[in-house]
Design a protein around this ligand. Structure first.
Ligand code: SF4
Ligand code: SF4
Length: 371
């Protein structure tokens, strides 16, 4: 089968770019994972078999090449009520609802199958490194992959690797940092939690994305303000990057699919949602947290409300305190009331104090000191 036919089919199906690479194991990534076991222990705990994914043969024994499809997830714009609260990569993620991207990928794999080629779509091989090895992008010092050819060479792209049992000629790898020399590491300076501490060095445990969906317990006091209004994910180190400015400078038409679900993701709805609402309206779009983790969503929504400093959220936070039993949610509501401040918030906190205990009581005492 000709490589050019596969490229043509991928573009026909709406993928923006495509590259090809070999089945060689990802040795450099293995060294990184070996030297930073503690920082990546959470991934193993979450069931992501990172080490296994470093040798593509573990996924498809007869594999001969890796095809990397590129999807641009920010082709259309997103409502301002969602940007700054949810990472853009998640806003139109339709893997669970089996929407357009799922259907296009399915059609591409069927096309390969019709031509006698078996494929696997692994989640645990290093996607960005595979893409750079397939020559479709270079790295930023923020660790994101930047396209070589499309989306104005920005990072708003998702690489989708497919391991296939057919040998295609590999493309020229571009495993390098593509940042301009004049950029003074803006991404590192702008990372609010210090997760990015040096070029290409990230501690995932400090990254807001990780913290927003995996952190255990109430968010530590010292990073609540830094986490700002992010509820799920964080785009800060991509937004400040000059390599993304050309794409961000456009006036894009709004993504209608995302506009349709905007109201479901309002902070007030998230703070007051029940399990059924979470399962039916939220989880199908943002699914990294289990059905039993509505507490984390509510805690994040309360923190985001606090960080807007908008008094319109005070009655909602008071209602949330009365209706929730989870001390992590109540504790964060208290913090948010203290952060927004004002007479109504203060009197609510004083009213909550006599019946509160442990963590919630401590949070109330800390919050009241601010008034
Ligand atoms: S996503 Fe946010 S928290 Fe994570 S490294 Fe980038 S700026 Fe820092
Ligand atoms: S902000 Fe600067 S250093 Fe960071 S990824 Fe962008 S160009 Fe590279």
């Amino acid at each position: 089968m000709e490589k050019s036919e596969v490229v043509k089919k991928a573009l026909e199906l709406g993928f923006e770019d495509i590259g090809f690479t070999t089945m060689e194991p990802f040795e450099s990534q293995k060294e990184i994972l070996d030297s930073r076991k503690e920082e990546y222990a959470w991934a193993l705990k979450a069931g992501i078999a990172l080490i296994k994914g470093l040798d593509p043969k573990n996924i498809l024994h007869d594999g001969k090449s890796i095809i990397v499809l590129i999807d641009v997830y920010f082709k259309e714009g997103f409502p301002s009520g969602l940007e700054g609260y949810f990472g853009r990569a998640y806003l139109d993620d339709d893997r669970m609802t089996k929407g357009q991207l799922y259907q296009r990928l399915k059609a591409f794999r069927s096309y390969l199958r019709d031509n006698g080629i078996d494929s696997r779509a692994p989640f645990n091989i290093p996607h960005r490194l595979t893409a750079a090895r397939a020559g479709v992008g270079t790295f930023g010092k923020n660790n994101f992959l930047y396209s070589n050819r499309i989306a104005r060479k920005s990072s708003w792209i998702s690489p989708i690797p497919l391991i296939v049992d057919y040998e295609f000629e590999p493309d020229e790898p571009t495993i390098e940092i593509g940042c301009p020399k004049w950029c003074k590491n803006t991404c590192i300076a702008s990372c609010p939690t210090g997760a990015l501490s040096a070029p290409n060095k990230i501690d995932p445990r400090k990254c807001i994305s990780y913290l927003s969906y995996y952190q255990e317990g109430i968010t530590p006091l010292e990073i609540r303000e830094q986490m700002s209004t992010w509820v799920y994910g964080c785009d800060r180190c991509q937004e400040v990057c000059p390599r993304n400015r050309p794409w961000l400078s456009q006036d894009l038409p709004l993504n209608k699919r995302v506009v349709a679900k905007e109201k479901d993701f309002a902070l007030i709805k998230l703070l007051h949602m029940d399990k059924k609402y979470y399962q039916t309206r939220i989880w199908s779009h943002m699914f990294y947290m289990s059905y039993n983790e509505t507490w984390r969503w509510k805690m994040n929504a309360a923190r985001a409300m606090g960080n807007t400093l908008d008094p319109k959220y005070i009655p909602e936070l008071i209602r949330g305190f009365k209706e929730n039993q989870d001390e992590r949610v109540k504790g964060m509501i208290v913090w948010a009331l203290g952060r927004i401040g004002g007479k109504v918030a203060k009197s609510a906190l004083e009213g909550f104090k006599p019946k509160s205990k442990d963590l919630v009581k401590e949070e109330i005492e800390m919050a009241l000191k601010k008034f």
